[in-house]
Design a protein around this ligand. Structure first.
Ligand code: NAD
Length: 374
């Protein structure tokens, strides 16, 4: 069976994926590229060598490369994704898919014209916690899902320049995606408020006055979910949380990102209230569907010692709770099997557009904004 030749572009956060591609049994040649020669060399050395590209254009022009995974700065995602698809290659891109509805449409159209795969590499949808909640849903343990909540608290004051002043919900995908996944529906409408104030120099860059945004999303199937994203000047320990409230059981993320979740089970009534039993529940590792070569990437501490980012260290599971190996496997297998990946342009488009529309609503002081369908 043919192996997939993959190029990984952008090796900051992207560095954590290099070893996974290198060890994936269905990947042939791995090519790495970063505009920083130092980062490129260090990453290649860390994984024991890979082919190095001199430029992004070299990757686009190389017919031997089948697929490109972009982990570059946010403002580059849309243009680079369109270029990869137009070069006739499959494209995976880290979050967010884009920062405007127009750019999401460009990607959807480039994907359709190319006939290649697009996947948005949303980490929260492959965490131990998401797998666990999904299994609870499949077993009917929630009863009726009544309400959902998502959170992403991360004070990103020291991140690269393009982050400074970023509208919180332009990077709200980690708070939004698990709610859409668990709803089995799509977000169709949002009301959002911005809150707080931040330094004027941060306001200037994107014309965004808010360090925190909080939104109520409406799903096509009638469910509602609330999500909050804090990005600057807000003291809160890091957490990318998912909270699912059912009629029989509820799942709530631990206080800090690495804490075990709390599962509440509703019992008989004591005459007035139903008796609720809450248990802190350690998560199992859902590694068995992965090739054995990748199992070790779902446990342990840190597969990218070059990156100081917290989420690559906190909790067990190689950063982001074991998700990286699952993301790579789904992208690679979907290309080989010539099928859509789970987080395709429609799902990724809804996750990203819901955040873009939430920020639009916040700028209009909470007016409802319809989320277009992609
Ligand atoms: N959980 C997640 O899904 C998650 C976590 C962190 C970051 N991210 C996303 O990953 C992306 C990168 O984040 P980061 O923290 O590494 O950012 P960063 O800005 O620190 O690093 C980006 C890397 O890309 C390189 N680069 C810049 N321009 C390039 C170009 N034109 N071609 C190739 N390489 C280029 C830089 O030299 C740097 O090494 C962002 O888009 C961010 O949204 C996602």
């Amino acid at each position: 069976m043919k192996k997939l030749n993959v190029a990984l572009v952008g090796l900051g956060f992207g560095g954590a994926f290099a070893g996974i591609y290198k060890e994936h049994p269905d990947v042939g040649e791995l090519t790495l590229f970063d505009t920083s020669k130092e980062v490129l060399k260090k990453t290649a050395d860390f994984i024991g060598g890979a082919r190095l590209a001199e430029s992004f254009d070299e990757i686009l022009a190389d017919p031997s490369i089948d697929a490109v995974h972009l982990v570059t700065p946010i403002p580059l995602h849309a243009d680079q994704t369109v270029e990869v698809l137009e070069a006739g290659k499959h494209c995976a891109c880290t979050v967010p898919m884009a920062t405007s509805l127009k750019d999401i449409r460009r990607i959807v159209s480039a994907k359709r014209r190319s006939g290649k795969n697009y996947m948005m590499m949303e980490t929260t949808l492959y965490t131990y916690q998401y797998f666990y909640a999904k299994a609870m849903k499949e077993r009917g343990e929630f009863g009726k899902i009544q309400f959902m909540r998502g959170s992403h608290y991360q004070d990103m004051a020291g991140w690269p320049d393009y982050w400074m002043g970023l509208p919180p919900f332009w990077y709200g995908t980690h708070a939004i995606a698990p709610m859409i996944g668990m709803s089995g529906s799509r977000i169709s409408r949002v009301n959002c408020f911005g809150s707080g104030t931040m330094a004027e120099w941060m306001v200037q860059r994107y014309g965004n006055p808010f360090p925190v945004e909080t939104a109520i999303f409406e799903f096509e199937n009638g469910l509602k979910g609330e999500a909050t994203r804090s990005l600057f000047e807000t003291a809160r320990v890091y957490q990318e949380g998912m909270h699912i409230f059912g009629s029989d059981k509820s799942f709530e993320w631990g206080f800090a990102d690495g804490d075990d979740p709390i599962i509440t089970t509703a019992g008989e009534s004591n005459g007035r209230d139903r008796i609720m039993v809450s248990e802190v529940t350690p998560m199992p590792n859902y590694y068995a569907d992965l090739p054995e070569e990748l199992w070790h990437f779902t446990i342990g501490d840190n597969y990218d010692p070059l990156n100081p980012q917290d989420s690559l260290r906190m909790g067990a599971g190689a950063g982001h709770h074991g998700s990286h190996a699952h993301l790579v496997h789904e992208f690679v297998r979907s290309c080989i099997e010539e099928r859509r990946p789970w987080i395709d342009e429609h799902f990724g488009g809804n996750i990203t557009a819901a955040g873009i529309c939430a920020h639009e609503s916040a700028l209009r002081n909470g007016e409802p904004v319809i989320v277009p369908k992609f």
